[in-house]
Structures are given as C-alpha cells and as structure tokens.
Ligand binder design. Structure first.
Ligand SMILES: O=C(O)CCC(=O)C(=O)O
Length: 196
C-alpha cells in the first residue's frame, strides 16, 4: 500500500486492492446495487432540511446506531458479500469492523460535502477503511486548521483507502461533483462504533 502522510494525517492507499483479493469489482457493485435497501434520507444541515445528494445504506451489528446531520440511520444486516469483506479486512488489518456506511453516487452530480468522521459514537482509535467501486472519483483532503495544502486522491474501481487515527481529528475530506462522470460509484466505509 502507498503511504500518504501529512501533519496529523496518515493514509494508506491500496490500488486495485479488491482485484488483488480475487474479486471482480463490477460484480460486487451490481450485487450491492440490487440487494441493499438504498435510501435518500432527509438531513438537516445548518438548520435546513434536504435530501442527501447520494443514496446511502447503513449496515451494522445490532446496537451499533449512528447519527449524523440530525439523522439516525436504520440498521441493515450484513449480507454474505459484505461479511466476506469484513473478514478480509480483519485478516489484513487486524481490525474487526462492526459497521459500514455505503454511499452510492448515481453519477458525477452526486457528491459529499466537507466533513470528518468524528462523531462521538465512532471509536477514534480505529481506522476508517474505504473501498471504492465503479466510476473513479477524487477524494479531497484539507487540514482543519491550515498548515498543509489541500490535495486529492484519485480513487478508482477496487481501490482501498485506510484512514488511520488521528486523521479524522485534524483533517476533513469531501467528494466534489464531477460533471463529466456519467457512471455510478459505490463507496463502502468500514467503521468501529462503540455500542450504546
Ligand atoms: O465516497 C467517498 O469516497 C467518501 C465517503 C465518505 O466521506 C464517508 O463515508 O464519510
């Protein structure tokens, strides 16, 4: 894996990681697209309600509830494919993830604004691990308090990105819109929640 390091930021980028594990990313993306219960929830941002500019699904062990932007996610169970991925990550990274947020960007208009995954229920000692499927998109990073320059990582089909602590404390990330992208991308972020 390629290491990307800045002050307060530690990333590991596994290019075509999923292919190296013997998976075919298009098949997995199709299976997830069809089998999961995708939602486009109403969220409250700066006091205003709007639908998220992407589809989402929260998969987690019982009791692992997650709330962001005023929204409590409905828990969906692990499917066989997702359970296999979770086991692979346990074998390779030594971390047992108990929850997973999936984001589905239908085309380049769908996006994610600047944020850090630093909600109180997340275990801040554990990495957050992102797996990308489908259309390649840029994930941008910027420091919360200045210093280092913002930069972007190009995430392609099958890429893994490990965001190690304390990255979420010092940096934010965003997935900007890309007018020319016409295809779908599904991103999975594996997380450790401290059960309530
Ligand atoms: O789609 C991505 O690569 C980013 C997802 C993300 O920022 C998140 O799940 O917190």
């Amino acid at each position: 894996m390629i290491r990307i390091e800045r002050s307060g930021l530690q990333l590991r980028h596994g290019v075509a990681w999923l292919q190296q594990q013997g998976f075919q990313p298009p098949q997995l993306r199709q299976a997830l697209g069809q089998s999961l219960a995708w939602e486009q929830p109403l969220v409250t941002v700066y006091g205003k309600q709007h639908r998220t500019p992407r589809l989402t699904c929260w998969v987690a062990d019982p009791g692992c509830t997650y709330r962001y932007s005023g929204l409590q996610q409905v828990i969906h169970p692990w499917t066989a494919e997702l359970e296999t991925l979770r086991q692979l990550l346990l074998d390779q990274l030594g971390v047992r993830f108990n929850s997973l947020l999936l984001n589905r960007y239908r085309d380049g208009a769908d996006r994610m604004g600047w944020h850090a995954d630093d909600e109180p229920e997340l275990d801040d000692q554990a990495p957050i691990v992102s797996l990308s499927l489908g259309a390649a998109r840029d994930l941008r990073f910027r420091p919360r308090r200045g210093g280092d320059a913002p930069f972007a990582i190009h995430l392609a089909d099958g890429d893994l990105l490990v965001m190690d602590p304390p990255s979420q404390r010092h940096w934010q990330h965003a997935l900007p819109p890309r007018a020319r992208v016409q295809h779908e991308r599904i991103n999975l972020t594996f997380r450790v929640i401290r059960p309530a």
